[in-house]
Design a protein around this ligand. Structure first.
Ligand SMILES: *Cc1c(COP(=O)(O)O)cnc(C)c1O
Length: 409
């Protein structure tokens, strides 16, 4: 059949799933709208500020709105946190002291955290005498007995990466997170549980902080920036912990009393307001992509029945050339830099070549349609984002056309 017809048939089959996503987006839109209304957001909140930024109402109100959305006592949101990695780093350095141990219970944290935790000669946690242990997931479940064994007197922070990131595994559900946190708290109620929430925001009606997490951290280049925030990160959670961390964001003597932003805050507010819909589109597009490839016999994640906890689609292509070809197609149908041809290259921090496509308005923003993959067996394509559902649909059509020609079975 024609590719267009093939995609239309999949869309019809996914209508129930799309309704499920629309319902989540509606719920989150109301939550965000109410947070804006409860904080009386007006034009003055978008103002540019300079210098120290004392009483910067745009910054302070944005923090309050995030705290309301995540149902936490406090929040740090700032363009001065340049990305998710920076926010995660600051949070870890705020929470951990010499002699403490960090325990990851979802296997290896996201790639960019490796050097933060165990880097040599670069001011990593390890160099400050903070030790690190890791418990692997069992398939997509937490390994409770290994977690219990790994927790010791030194364990101060337990780390959970919610998204699959660039691992070929399921994302972790909020039910799993809630269960494992209560398990950890029965072992030692003083352990701080911190969630890497990158890619997870607004994929459900609630956030990990409503399921027992003490701290959640994320990137404004992803879901919650809504594709409009020009940069930034956030850290939300218990006030006593956020206060400690805010001393690391700026200085222990200043905390979040300072920090100006001469470009103003409009796009942070507007991006947050758009984020529930943008995430909804990305989730629908992700399922479309996954289903179109699954029906052609490829192993994909999320599986057809998986409820979403992140916006990533992974397709196991088993072929180097196909991987590179599809990355090139996605770049070529991007609104920005469509004339650029991505090539595999050796990126710092990776042990193999990586290929990336990001024809995005905000540089590298992966809430926009983008893909990136380590170029190694089994040649898995990781695609994510899309500001509009229609753009992702066009991408799916063009990828299928490139690979299968005009007709498909
Ligand atoms: C993207 C990402 C990060 C890092 O965020 P940046 O904004 O790219 O620094 C951390 N963890 C996960 C799971 C991510 O997807």
């Amino acid at each position: 059949m024609e590719i267009i017809e093939y995609v239309k048939k999949i869309e019809d089959k996914l209508s129930g799933y799309y309704e499920y996503i629309n319902d989540i987006a509606l719920y989150n839109q109301r939550k965000v709208l109410n947070a804006f209304r409860n904080n009386n957001v007006s034009y003055r909140h978008f103002s540019q500020t300079t210098g120290y930024g004392y009483d910067d109402i745009g910054r302070d109100t944005l923090c309050k709105i995030y705290a309301e959305i995540f149902k936490t006592e406090a929040a740090i949101v700032s363009p001065l946190l340049c990305c998710g990695t920076h926010a995660l780093t600051v949070a870890l350095f705020g929470l951990l002291k010499t002699g403490d141990e960090l325990l990851s219970i979802s296997g290896k944290p996201y790639d960019t955290l490796n050097e933060v935790i165990i880097g040599k000669g670069n001011g990593s946690l390890e160099e400050y005498g903070i030790t690190y242990k890791q418990v692997e997931l069992c398939g997509s479940s937490f390994n409770k007995s290994a977690i219990k064994e790994a927790i010791c007197d030194k364990t101060k922070v337990v780390f959970i990466g919610r998204s699959r990131g660039y691992e070929f595994r399921d994302s972790i559900s909020l039910e799993q997170i809630e269960e494992v946190i209560s398990f950890i708290k029965t072992i030692n109620c003083n352990i701080v549980v911190m969630i890497d929430n990158c890619y997870g925001e607004f994929t459900n009606k609630s956030e990990p902080t409503e399921h027992g997490a003490d701290i959640a951290v994320g990137s404004l280049n992803k879901n919650i920036g809504g594709g409009l925030a020009p940069c930034g990160g956030y850290i939300v959670g218990k006030k006593i912990l956020i206060d400690r961390i805010s001393g690391r964001v700026t200085s222990p003597s200043l905390g979040m009393e300072v920090g100006s932003y001469a470009a103003g805050y409009l796009s942070f507010y507007q991006g947050l307001f758009s984020a529930p819909t943008v995430v909804g589109s990305a989730l629908k597009g992700s399922k479309l992509f996954a289903t179109a490839y699954s029906n052609q016999g490829y192993e994909v994640l999320p599986t057809i029945s998986e409820k979403p906890n992140d916006i990533i689609t992974a397709v196991k292509l088993n072929d180097r050339d196909t991987l590179i070809k599809l990355c090139k197609i996605i770049q070529s149908i991007s609104p920005i830099d469509s004339n650029v041809t991505p090539e595999p290259w050796s990126m710092p921090g990776y042990d193999c070549e990586v290929i990336m496509s990001a024809g995005t308005f905000i540089q590298g923003a992966s809430i926009e349609l983008s893909c990136d993959s380590p170029v190694r067996e089994p040649y898995i394509l990781y695609v994510q984002g899309g500001l509009t559902y229609e753009h992702i649909k066009i991408a799916v059509i063009e990828c299928l056309k490139e690979q299968f020609g005009d007709k498909i079975r």
